[in-house]
Design a protein around this ligand. Structure first.
Ligand code: NAD
Length: 233
């Protein structure tokens, strides 16, 4: 755990506890910083302790080493974060995406891709949904990819896993809606505008999970996102 304070005048997430996986760098770090700036208490996790992200956030950061492919790690994370009074927002960001043309793709790489990019979503729900139900508020944010619609070679395993996220988020939304729970699951495609994660890309991506994490803006966010990425006019 770290302790310093990050200042922001936009405290839209005050009172929320947000967990971001794969937050040591890249998009996960950007999302964690943005949520922290807006007043959320942040749990940042990664396969190695995400120290740099925690240092940048300050006192609202709670850091854990956490391998998203391992159920035992999710169980431990759940137990260790109980003192925060439950997690309100889970951003399943951790991702694994080596390029392997189909002839070179082996079962170990295939399984690691599914475990990192997909099992993690199921495990996060298994451990964090029950408390959201009790609080009657919660968000799971899945990071898919624009690659699901592109003709890029060597990524069959990755595209499969990212399409899987879409299916899982839809199924999850069906199930939580059925029991009239207010924990919402929203599918969001987070796409690189030009396929390369340059700084402007992060500034485009950042607001989306923030927006979605706000109850009153969920519908609007989904619409904006679909327009932004050309899925709707
Ligand atoms: N970069 C892009 O252009 C792009 C585009 C669309 C979607 N995405 C998705 O966004 C997410 C973040 O991508 P990024 O570009 O920031 O990647 P990145 O490689 O910079 O960061 C991914 C993080 O996930 C962590 N991670 C990997 N395996 C893990 C595990 N088993 N347990 C815990 N942490 C683990 C890594 O240590 C790393 O810190 C991924 O899900 C990726 O598929 C990225």
């Amino acid at each position: 755990m770290k302790s310093k304070t990050m200042k922001s005048s936009i405290r839209t997430h005050e009172g929320r506890v947000a967990l971001v996986t794969g937050a040591a760098k890249g998009i996960g770090q950007a999302i964690a910083l943005a949520l922290a700036e807006r007043g959320a208490q942040i749990i940042v996790t990664d396969i190695e302790l995400p120290g740099e992200t925690a240092d940048k956030i300050g006192s609202t950061a709670h850091t854990f080493q956490h391998d998203v492919t391992k159920e035992e790690d999710w169980k431990k994370l759940f137990t260790k974060t109980q003192y925060l009074g439950g997690v309100d927002i889970v951003v399943n960001n951790a991702g694994y995406f080596p390029n392997r043309p189909i002839d070179e793709l082996d079962l170990t790489t295939w399984r690691k891709t599914m475990a990192t990019n997909l099992d993690s979503h199921f495990l996060s729900v298994k451990y964090f949904l029950p408390a959201m139900r009790m609080k009657k508020w919660g968000r799971f944010i899945g990071i898919s990819s624009n690659m699901v619609g592109l003709a890029i070679t060597g990524m069959s395993h990755y595209i499969t896993s990212k399409m899987g996220i879409i299916g899982f988020m839809r199924g999850l939304a069906n199930d939580v809606a059925k029991v009239r729970d207010r924990a919402l699951a929203r599918l969001q495609h987070v796409d690189a505008l030009d396929g390369v994660p340059q700084p402007p890309f992060f500034s485009e991506v950042q607001p989306i999970p923030l927006f979605v994490a706000l109850n009153e803006h969920a519908e609007e966010a989904e619409e904006k996102l679909q327009v932004l990425f050309g899925l709707r006019q």
